[in-house]
Write a protein that binds this ligand. Structure first.
Ligand code: CP3
Length: 372
């Protein structure tokens, strides 16, 4: 024996969330909520009365406080940094306003526009994010790991091309199909920026990283393969290569409306694939295989219903997660290895906070030994 702390043969002191990401045994299913810090929380709205959204993102003490709000209120098993996928854009040379939907100062459509974009180092352009991560690692309980995140290059590129959100993504599609080389150049610049952004978050202390490819679902499988998957892979690969004392951070990948191309999402190479409610978790597991963990997939709308319905639907998700596990009792809601409970997309602003609290309590109760 040396004087160094021995690497424990059992991993049971590792936080539940990190163990589930690695498909290691868990005593119960870990749970957190996409967009868990946000407008459904009165304490968030109170803070937003005094500070606008971007100021909150850019002030490490405020970002830290808002990140902790749902951890304190809900008792979730992971924290996600309070920020936004569009926070790196000003560093690339494009200002963003949130009204609250994002509106960009200009759109990026011509070869000249793309050539003018910068690819900044994260430490220079978004140092406040790295500082917030440092504060959070001091404040968060040991059992609640911190998730860093970025938008995937394709999704961030849609905002740049459209100049904001879109329903039809006509300008994006025009660039993909009329000027694919230009689209690849833009995606390449987003990738360089976002890879540095996510890798620096790991170096600053993020214990897992998540990539949001919210708008990938507007592509057919062939175009997803060309314009989305390889770039997402590069960003996650850069983040997972950052050496830290805690080892390579688990990576999570969420693509919007991914049921039609779930197998391709698995090929992004993340440890965890996010799944929405448009597909059962049992079918998702069958299609993804057992080499990845699965995160999801309650319809956020269920939280607008009464407590009994929430309990019933939480149990149904836990049962589906178990359905393909060998030796599992049929109908059991006990924790399935490699499952992280979450909503299938962000929590709705109209959600009563008590319903989010009930969701977390039900997952804890029903997935614990003897809980069902
Ligand atoms: O709690 C968390 O999950 C962490 C913070 C977080 C925000 N945005 C805060 C936010 C995260 C992870 C995001 C990701 C994000 N942002 C995505 C990908 C995830 C998804 O939902 O698909 C996307 C597409 C965006 C872009 C974005 N930012 C939109 C479309 C909007 C406006 C409408 C909306 O959904 O709220 C934002 C603003 C935004 N980002 C708010 C918050 C709390 C609301 C701002 C406010 O307080 O007024």
């Amino acid at each position: 024996m040396t004087g160094l702390p021995a690497a424990s043969p059992s991993v049971s002191h590792e936080p539940l969330f990190l163990r589930a990401c690695r498909r290691q045994p868990v005593e119960r299913t870990p749970v957190w909520i996409m967009r868990q810090a946000g407008r459904y929380l009165p304490e968030y709205r109170a803070l937003r009365e005094e500070h606008d959204f971007l100021t909150a993102c850019r002030t490490p003490e405020l970002a830290c406080e808002i990140t902790l709000q749902p951890v304190k209120r809900l008792g979730v098993d992971a924290a996600i940094l309070f920020s936004d996928i569009l926070v790196p854009l000003p560093g690339m040379g494009v200002e963003v306003a949130f009204e609250p939907a994002p509106v960009l100062e200009r759109s990026i459509r011509s070869a000249e526009d793309v050539a003018g974009l910068r690819t900044p180092e994260a430490a220079e352009a978004t140092g406040f994010v790295l500082e917030a991560i440092g504060l959070l690692r001091r404040e968060l309980p040991e059992q609640v790991p911190l998730i860093g995140f970025a938008g995937a290059p394709f999704t961030v590129a849609t905002y740049l091309i459209e100049g904001g959100g879109s329903r039809s993504f006509a300008a994006t599609k025009e660039m993909l199909f009329a000027a694919p080389d230009l689209a690849h150049e833009l995606l390449g610049k987003c990738t360089v920026t976002l890879a540095s952004y996510l890798a620096e978050q790991v170096a600053a202390g993020a214990q897992a990283v998540m990539l949001f490819d919210t708008w990938a679902g507007m592509l057919g499988p062939r175009d997803y393969e060309e314009f989305a998957r390889p770039y997402a892979w590069r960003v996650l690969n850069a983040a997972s290569q950052v050496a830290s004392l805690e080892g390579a951070p688990p990576t999570l990948y969420y693509a919007g409306e991914s049921a039609g191309y779930l197998e391709l999402c698995a090929a992004v190479g993340a440890d965890v694939v996010g799944v929405d409610w448009r597909i059962g978790l049992d079918e998702a597991r069958r299609r993804l295989g057992d080499t990845v963990a699965v995160q999801g997939n309650l319809d956020p709308g269920v939280l607008l219903g009464p407590r009994e319905r929430i309990r019933e639907r939480v149990a149904a998700v836990l049962r589906e997660a178990r359905a393909l596990e060998l030796g599992g009792e049929p109908g059991s809601t006990a924790a399935a290895p490699g499952h992280i409970f979450n909503l299938g997309h962000g929590i709705l602003p109209a959600t009563p906070p008590e319903h989010a609290e009930a969701l977390v309590a039900f997952v804890r109760e029903l997935s614990s030994p003897g809980g069902a």
